[in-house]
Design a binder for this molecule. Structure first.
Ligand code: C2E
Ligand code: CA
Ligand code: CA
Length: 886
């Protein structure tokens, strides 16, 4: 028996060890800190001191240092008893100050006693350590101790807080020990499982698991324990189930972690997800039914045929809606019988055969079965087929689950039922039924619609002779097109055949029919695919042209088409027949903004045409005039080209400083007999619309090359000629070849360049650049015309193979009065120079402008100040004699 001093600032700790020692037959005395302990050692001379390390006022080390410093008590044996997290440091330092053993808290009682016996039996010859070491240690230890004390406090509060959390947590928290026995069961767990904590503590975890999951869940927890992972969510959440005290199973979400605390092994946080799972399942199901609804709706829009509608609807219900079976029965009123017309789902099990046989029986039972659904008409829901007498299974195999019959009602009359089967009992809830009723409603609507459309399509929408739309359909379309027109114009043309009645009477009805068919065919070809053609009366046709861009375009188009259609005689029964027609045209919105007005006005125009010698009349006489003028002009222009009435005039471009001619621009004029010179503004736009511009462009290039050669042949210093090129030319794929061909005069010509407007090049930069580079390679220079009016980006400008930039006349005209434009001109000039291009100012009319341009370092100018465009002969007079140059 020995006196053992237990030093600890924590009374329960002291007591624990003291009790232990007493049991072992020793005589424990106690001290609460180092100071007290020293006094106690001096007074009682214990054989052993068991000392806590971390203590306020004087810690374990300071105590030992002082102990060793007092010779009378220096040899006292000391065992340190310290917290786990401090064990490492404690061992190292314990050696240094002569402490026999270090025990870590918490410690098994036997171990404590064993250590006590060992130390008492074999007292170590402890040498007091040197002052230096102790001093060093003390400094080190003071810091360490402060830190650790703070840590202990922190841990203690954390612990308390944690305990509070566990108590008040919304989630169930359950901890088990190594043997999977429940050691902690918080209030939320009590509520979830229905047990009181006291009932389950110490019980195996299995208590909380359904029988069939006990083995797997236990194994899962243990295998988790074998890993180094400290926390994880258990497996497939949906497969984790809990068992309540009342025997009810429920789905759980489990997060499990390995526990560091003594005595615990695993801690699990559990959440009851049955409500969530139910909600999820319901949403999923409703979503499926909603998808069926939307699929069936798009089906209704697409499908034109009853059988297809039924077949597809059943397929969608099964494939998309997840119903196990879907079928549609229609009532055959004559046989007073329900007939199965479409079905989908489980085709092999004989159900549908049985159903058909049943339906064919027409027995009272069968009638009763469908009576409610058909007569009320209300959906009939059977939530559990197995348990519903009369409406239950119809085959010998067990049919489980629920079913619903939805009546299909058209115009108050029940036509049939849509039946849906589900695998689960109680499948159809209110929300789902709402959607299903909507589905049946949509199907009914489709049925009505199909019936109506079938009738309309075949009886009333098409003309059986020509296959064209008839008046009814045409009117409807016209209305739709007007609605969709927006800001576009559209044209309604009514076409009446002339003297059709006479032809019909003389040649007979058959020939009349053939004639109408032929005319219809020709019209169809002429009006093109964008127009809508219809036969609206015996010898009346109508066309609507949507999206008319310009009235001119329409006028010309119509004139040309008229020629195509009625210009050539028709062959009928070996006879050649010349058919003509009167056409009246009304334009939307000018001549009417609705179907009726437009029609009325087009009719008025036809009437007028019939009464006159005109074949095509617009409702608006100005349009008719315009068309006539245009057509006349077009024909005249064609003729003018053939007769060589077009000429090129040349306008010099001169050096701004020397005013010497550096080049000329070719400008086309129409020398019209008796009318004099017509300027391009009057005819170029029309030529562009008609495509005549291509021929003109060809001609102009060739003419310029010829004139250039002519000047040279006269021994003149011929300037290069710039010819204007239009959009249609540039956009043609063989533009380069065309230019090269046109420029050839006796082999080759170098004297011709081209001018292209800035905006035109920019329309399709990639393509343009490629073509212009090819021309450049042929020695043809490029001027960018009307510069400043478009929106060129600098990046593109620098990529263009252009040598000359022509500043638009609009800027030159205003630069002296508008400082902004002056700045612009100046900028354009520097810009061009930085890209190594020459600058030509267009439309210079005054000396002031010329002076300014000189100051701005503009290279060349062109305009009335120097000369108007003059004939080739007149220009020749301005050219100096000299060696021919290219
Ligand atoms: P453009 O290429 O901008 O030609 C310059 C126009 O300005 C010419 O009008 C010319 O006579 C006029 N002009 C020149 N200097 C002055 C001036 O000091 N003051 C005024 N007020 N006007 C001046 P023009 O000849 O009537 O040609 C008009 C447009 O017709 C040309 O504009 C060009 O785009 C087009 N054009 C002319 N000839 C042809 C051709 O052969 N082919 C193509 N595709 N277009 C041509
Ligand atoms: Ca030009
Ligand atoms: Ca120009």
């Amino acid at each position: 028996m020995a006196t053992v001093l237990v030093v600890d600032d924590h009374a329960p700790n002291r007591e624990l060890i003291a009790t232990l020692l007493r049991y072992a037959g020793h005589d424990p005395i106690e001290a609460a800190d180092g100071e007290e302990a020293l006094a106690s050692v001096r007074a009682h001379r214990p054989g052993l001191v068991i000392c806590d390390v971390l203590m306020p006022t004087m810690d374990g080390y300071e105590f030992v240092r002082r102990l060793r410093a007092e010779p009378e008590i220096a040899a006292t044996e000391v065992i340190f008893y310290t917290a786990t997290f401090y064990e490492h440091e404690a061992r190292g330092l314990a050696n240094a100050c002569g402490v026999s053993r270090v025990l870590t808290k918490p410690c098994e009682p036997q171990e404590i006693l064993r250590a006590v016996e060992q130390v008492l039996a074999q007292p170590s010859a402890v040498e007091p350590p040197t002052e230096a070491v102790v001093d060093f240690d003390r400094e080190h230890l003071r810091l360490l101790t402060d830190k650790l004390l703070a840590k202990v406090n922190e841990l203690e509060t954390a612990n308390q807080r944690l305990a509070g959390l566990v108590e008040s947590a919304m989630d169930a928290i359950i901890a088990v020990d190594q043997q999977l026995r429940i050691v902690l069961f918080n209030p939320a767990a009590e509520q979830m499982f229905g047990y009181r904590a006291a009932e389950v503590e110490g019980q195996p975890l299995d208590l909380l698991l359904p029988q069939r999951f006990r083995a797997t869940h236990g194994a899962q927890v243990r295998s988790f324990g074998a890993t180094n992972v400290t926390r994880r969510i258990m497996g497939d959440l949906r497969s984790v189930k809990g068992l309540r005290k009342n025997g009810e199973e429920f789905p759980l979400e489990v997060s499990i972690s390995q526990s560091a605390s003594q005595g615990l092994r695993y801690t699990a946080i559990l959440r009851d997800i049955s409500a969530r799972q139910q909600a999820e399942r319901r949403i999923e199901r409703l979503h499926r039914v909603a998808t069926v609804l939307s699929d069936v709706n798009s089906l209704i829009v697409r499908v034109r045929e009853r059988d297809e509608l039924f077949r597809e609807a059943c397929r969608i219900a099964v494939q998309v809606g997840g119903f196990s079976r879907a079928w549609i029965g229609l009532i055959d009123r004559s046989a007073l019988q329900l007939c199965l017309v479409a079905s989908a789902g489980a085709p092999q099990d004989g159900y549908f055969e049985a159903l058909e046989a049943l339906l064919a029986q027409r027995s009272a039972a069968v009638v009763a079965r469908f009576d409610t659904a058909l007569a009320l008409p209300q959906p009939v829901i059977v939530q559990d087929r197995a348990q519903t007498p009369g409406l239950g299974p119809i085959t010998s195999t067990a049919e489980t689950g629920a079913q619903v019959w939805l009546p299909l009602v058209v115009a108050g009359q029940t036509l049939g039922v849509l039946a849906l089967h589900a695998d689960r009992v109680d499948f159809f809830d209110d929300d789902e039924m709402k959607l299903l009723k909507e589905l049946a409603g949509d199907m009914s609507f489709a049925l009505a619609h199909i019936a109506q459309e079938e009738r309309l399509n075949y009886l009333a929408y098409y003309d059986s002779l020509t296959g064209l739309a008839n008046g009814t359909l045409f009117n409807e379309r016209l209305g739709q097109l007007i609605n969709a027109a927006g800001s576009h114009k559209l044209a309604l043309a009514l076409i009446d055949l002339v003297r059709f009645k006479t032809i019909n009477d003389t040649l007979g009805r058959h020939a009349g029919d053939v004639l109408l068919k032929r005319v219809a065919e020709r019209l169809e070809r002429c009006v093109g695919h964008r127009a809508h053609l219809a036969r609206i009366g015996a010898d009346h046709f109508a066309v609507v042209f949507p999206e008319i861009r310009t009235e001119n375009e329409l006028a010309r188009m119509f004139a040309a088409q008229y020629q195509h259609c009625f210009g050539v005689p028709l062959q009928i029964d070996g006879e050649e027949l010349r058919v003509s027609a009167k056409v009246g045209i009304a334009l939307y919105p000018n001549d009417g903004s609705n179907v009726e007005t437009l029609y009325r006005n087009a009719e008025a125009a036809v009437k007028k045409a019939k009464a006159s010698s005109e074949t095509v009349l617009f409702y608006n006489p100005k349009m008719t005039e315009l068309v006539a003028e245009r057509l006349a002009l077009e024909n005249q222009l064609r003729r003018a080209m053939e007769r060589g009435e077009l000429v090129l005039h040349y306008q010099p471009k001169v050096d701004v400083n020397t005013r010497r001619i550096e080049g000329v621009e070719a400008l086309v004029r129409w020398s019209r007999p008796e009318a004099g010179l017509v300027y391009p503004g009057k005819f170029i736009p029309l030529m562009e619309e008609t495509g005549l511009i291509l021929a003109l462009g060809d001609w102009a290039l060739h003419r310029a090359a010829l004139d250039h050669q002519c000047w040279r042949q006269q021994g003149l210093l011929a300037p290069r000629i710039a010819v204007n090129v239009s959009a249609a030319q540039l956009h043609k794929h063989d533009f380069v070849a065309m230019v090269s061909q046109a420029l050839k005069v006796n082999g080759f010509s170098h004297g011709v360049d081209i001018e292209i407007t800035e905006s035109l090049i920019m329309e399709n930069v990639e393509d343009s650049v490629e073509k212009l580079q090819a021309l450049r390679a042929m020695g043809v220079n490029l001027s960018i015309d009307d510069f400043g009016t478009g929106y060129s980006s600098l990046a593109y400008l620098s990529r263009l193979p252009a040598q000359i930039l022509k500043i638009d006349r609009a800027f030159i005209m205003t630069m002296l009065t508008d400082p902004d434009n002056m700045t612009l001109v100046s900028t354009m000039i520097s810009l061009a120079h930085s890209l190594r291009m020459k600058v030509v100012a267009e439309g210079v009319e005054t000396e002031e402008e010329a002076n300014m341009l000189r100051r701005l370092h503009c290279d060349q100018m062109q305009g009335y100040l120097i000369s108007q465009a003059v004939s080739s002969e007149a220009l020749a007079m301005l050219l100096p004699q000299g060696v021919a140059r290219h």
